[in-house]
Design a protein. Sequence first.
Length: 262
Amino acid sequence: MDTTLSSAQSPDILKLLAHDVRWKILSLLARSDYRVQELVRFLEQPQNLVSYHLRRLHNHGIVTERRSTADGRDIYYSLNPEKLQALYFNSAGALHPALGQAQISSEEQITTFPHKPVRILFLCTSNSARSQMAEGLLRHLSKGQIEAFSAGSNPGSLHPYAVQVMASMGIDISWQRAKHFDEFRGQSFDHIITVCDRVREICPTFPGNPEPDHIHWSLPDPSLIDGSVEEKYALFELIAQQLRTRIRYLLILLEHEPLSVH
């Protein structure tokens, strides 16, 4: 067996993750989507330096970006955990095949939460699609162990495509209704998750959940897309899958540690 190490090099992904600023950026994005000026404030680093490291992460597909629907001049940055996981384990597999086996956490493996009962509120504008699907997904994936709610700043009605897409995933949300977030004022939540750029700007403060602890997921409103019926429904399916991925990773965090932006 050839044991020559002269050509062996550490994978690029490990070099990328080893940088202190990039690691801190990923640590922040693992919990919420942020704009570059927010990352600058948290990291206390110059904007050009933060932007440089964001570009490096974006070029590897680890970080994605999406223009804000609240202010088109802003861009939200998000972690792509599945891409990061794939690159990480591929690198480990280059060292030894046994190390390239990712231990996938599925909803069947998420069984108990060691902390007190958790209450989570999802907010968007119309409370018709994104937040409603997130509520149903969290309730389902946590096996009812987490109290999930949703509301909006200008509630409309539950979108039929949201109901259909969730039904195709074995989740019934047909009984849910659109609500104004004023219905929840005075109630305490462990985590507030905004899934709409616009509502993030006006998100109210709830007892026990100060503004810096809010989590934001920058997702487009599938009900506003122009296109055919097939294209509209496909976007609902895409948003549902993105929410499912985010919620699965959220549940893993909730099992192990309190969420914080720091």
